[in-house]
Design a protein. Structure first.
Length: 248
C-alpha cells in the first residue's frame, strides 16, 4: 500500500488508490495494453495524472498491483483442491475444482490476458505473478495426489496418471488453464464449454484417485457440433473482402 516515495497513504488516499486500480482493471478489459495511458486511468477515476503518480510510477505498476489479486484468488482454488476426494465425494470435488477454476479465470480474464502478453515479452515481474498464482494450485493438488495414493493398499492408486505427483499436478493445472483461457475459441469451433468441463473433471478425478468416474455421473446431454464455416482471417475472409470491393 506504500506510495512510490515509501509513504503510507491515509484513508482518503487508500480510497483514491483503490479507484485508480479499479479503473485500470476496467480499461484493460476494453483497451490494448500499450494504448492505456495514465491520463485515461486518472480521468476514469475522477482525478488527475499528478494524483496517479502519487501512488504508481507508471501504468505497468498499477497493473502489477491489480495482478496480485490473481495470487489471492488462487488460494480459494487451493482450498477447493484440498476437498474430499473419497469415493463417495470425489467426483463432486472434481467438478467443483473445474468449475471454480473456470470462474476464477473468467473473473480475471482481462488481467490474465495482460499477464500472458507481458510474460511473452519477457517481463519477469508478470511471469513471476503467473507462476505464483498457478503454483499455489499445483502444490495443493500434488499434496492431495500424494495423500490419496498413500491411502491405498499398494501406496499407489490403480491406473494413476504418473509416478511424480508434482508432474501430474502441473500437467493437470496446465490443462485447466489452457481450456479456461481458450474456451471461447473452442466454443467458436462448436465445442461446448460444458462438455470440456466434464472431460476435465473426469481426467482430474482419475489423476487424483486412480478410479473411474462413478457410473451415475451425468454427462452433458447435447453433443458438440463441429463448425464447418470459413476460418476468420483465412481464405473465406479474403473472398468476402474481395466481394465487398467489387460491389463498390
Amino acid at each position: 500500500m506504500s506510495t512510490p516515495d515509501g509513504k503510507l497513504p491515509g484513508k482518503r488516499g487508500q480510497a483514491t488508490r483503490q479507484r485508480l486500480i479499479e479503473q485500470t482493471g476496467e480499461l484493460i478489459r476494453t483497451t490494448p495494453l500499450r494504448s492505456i495511458r495514465v491520463i485515461d486511468i486518472a480521468k476514469a477515476a475522477g482525478t488527475s495524472p499528478a494524483t496517479f503518480y502519487q501512488y504508481f510510477e507508471n501504468v505497468e505498476q498499477a497493473i502489477l498491483v491489480l495482478a496480485e489479486e490473481l495470487v489471492d484468488g488462487a488460494g480459494v482454488l487451493a482450498e477447493l483442491v484440498e476437498g474430499d476426494w473419497s469415493e463417495a465425494a470425489g467426483w463432486a470435488t472434481a467438478r467443483q475444482v473445474v468449475d471454480g477454476f473456470m470462474s476464477y479465470w473468467e473473473h480475471n480474464r482481462a488481467v490474465f490476458r495482460v499477464v500472458e502478453l507481458a510474460t511473452e515479452e519477457g517481463d519477469l515481474r508478470f511471469q513471476g505473478l503467473r507462476v505464483r498464482a498457478l503454483n499455489a494450485v499445483t502444490v495443493a493438488l500434488a499434496k492431495v495426489i500424494t495423500v490419496t495414493r498413500a491411502a491405498t493398499s499398494s501406496g499407489n492408486a490403480t491406473g494413476s496418471a504418473g509416478s511424480d505427483p508434482m508432474a501430474v499436478a502441473a500437467t493437470v493445472v496446465s490443462m485447466l488453464a489452457h481450456v479456461a483461457a481458450h474456451r471461447y475459441g473452442y466454443e467458436f469451433w462448436g465445442i461446448r464449454t460444458a462438455s470440456m468441463s466434464d472431460v476435465e473433471a473426469r481426467l482430474l478425478y482419475w489423476a487424483v484417485t486412480g478410479r473411474e468416474v462413478p457410473a451415475d455421473a451425468a454427462e452433458p446431454r447435447a453433443v458438440s457440433t463441429p463448425r464447418t464455416g470459413g476460418i476468420i482471417g483465412g481464405g473465406a475472409a479474403r473472398a468476402t473482402l474481395e466481394s465487398a470491393r467489387r460491389r463498390r
